[in-house]
Design a protein around this ligand. Structure first.
Ligand code: NAD
Length: 289
């Protein structure tokens, strides 16, 4: 064999040895998941899906009542608990992570989902809008990842962190400056944390949803009206409007996002980290007008 082939064989033997030393991922049925913003929309569907796959779930949300109701719907305190958290507050984030460890004896999987949209046009976005948007989504997901990573590293069993980022982390949309900027921040957190935590067997990935109108508190709370005005459609037709401009012509639902999260953290994609999966019926591949 020639030198190049010899190098290739030695290289892959070394890589294989490194992989053998990596912590083996635990099956989902023995994992503890923390889902921020898990009381509504995409986070709620994700909490439900992870629980259906066997994980114990901590639903952490700004709205305690809704978090507890979501946990109760998933099951009793043996499988799900609801806790209050403002992800922009470091002490509250630490308390939520501690609550997961206390309730279920550890933490294996974190979904950075909590979010809101205070986005307007450049000229209309106030300093307070910009600050809150960044506090919750950019700083908030950093705080959650940091507090969780300390536990994951300590446990020496690997783990997963998933960011619910957005198509808007890549593509500019109208009236969207503060929101999209924080989503771009989150997307880079995914790559940075993937690089930093990979040696601990912790994988960090994201999903990029688009146009998830059904069940979304963000859309119901004014963002839908904003979008409807921008696109010149009735707010009630917004889901269908988003669907018709996609390749698949299909509305994206919270459960589709939950399925993508499961695909990322489930047993199959063990060599995937630093990736964002689009969950957008193809709109990022080809925008059809
Ligand atoms: P949603 O409003 O239904 O859910 C967001 C949840 O986050 C709510 O339960 C809310 O109480 C909680 N939350 C808000 N601020 C919080 C805080 N400071 N601390 C803790 N919890 C807080 O909205 P959704 O559409 O399900 O969005 C969920 C995530 O998905 C967001 O990060 C959003 O940016 C992202 N996303 C949504 C879409 C979409 O089309 N809906 C597209 C791309 C990305």
């Amino acid at each position: 064999i020639d030198e190049a082939e010899k190098f290739r064989i030695e290289y892959w033997a070394l890589e294989e040895a490194k992989l053998q030393r990596m912590p083996k991922p635990k099956p989902l049925a023995t994992r503890v998941a923390l889902v921020t913003g898990g009381a509504s929309g995409i986070g709620n569907a994700t909490a439900q899906r992870l629980a259906a796959e066997g994980a114990c779930v901590v639903v952490a949300d700004l709205d305690l009542e809704k978090a507890q109701a979501a946990a109760a719907e998933i099951g009793g305190p043996d499988v799900a608990v609801g806790v209050q958290v403002d992800v922009s507050d470091a002490a509250a984030v630490q308390a939520a992570v501690d609550a997961a460890v206390l309730a279920f004896g550890g933490l294996d999987l974190v979904v950075n989902n909590a979010g809101l949209s205070l986005s307007k046009s450049l000229l209309d976005t106030t300093e307070a809008d910009w600050d809150r948007q960044h506090d919750v989504m950019a700083k908030g997901s950093f705080l959650v990842s940091q507090a969780a990573a300390r536990v994951l590293i300590d446990q020496r069993m690997g783990g997963d962190i998933v960011y619910i980022s957005s198509k808007n982390s890549i593509f500019a949309g109208p009236n969207n400056i503060a929101y999209s900027a924080t989503k771009a921040d989150q997307a880079h957190q995914v790559r940075l944390l993937a690089a930093e935590l990979g040696a601990h067997g912790v994988r960090v990935n994201g999903i990029n949803p688009d146009g998830v109108v059904a069940g979304s508190g963000i859309f119901a709370g004014g963002w839908g009206a904003n979008r409807a005005e921008v696109y010149g459609v009735e707010e009630k037709d917004l889901g269908a409007f988003y669907a018709q401009r996609t390749i698949l012509k299909q509305e994206v639902l919270p459960e589709h996002c939950a399925a993508a999260v499961f695909a990322l953290v489930g047993p199959d994609l063990r060599q995937t980290t630093g990736l964002h999966v689009p969950v957008d019926s193809g709109v990022a591949a080809a925008f059809l007008r």
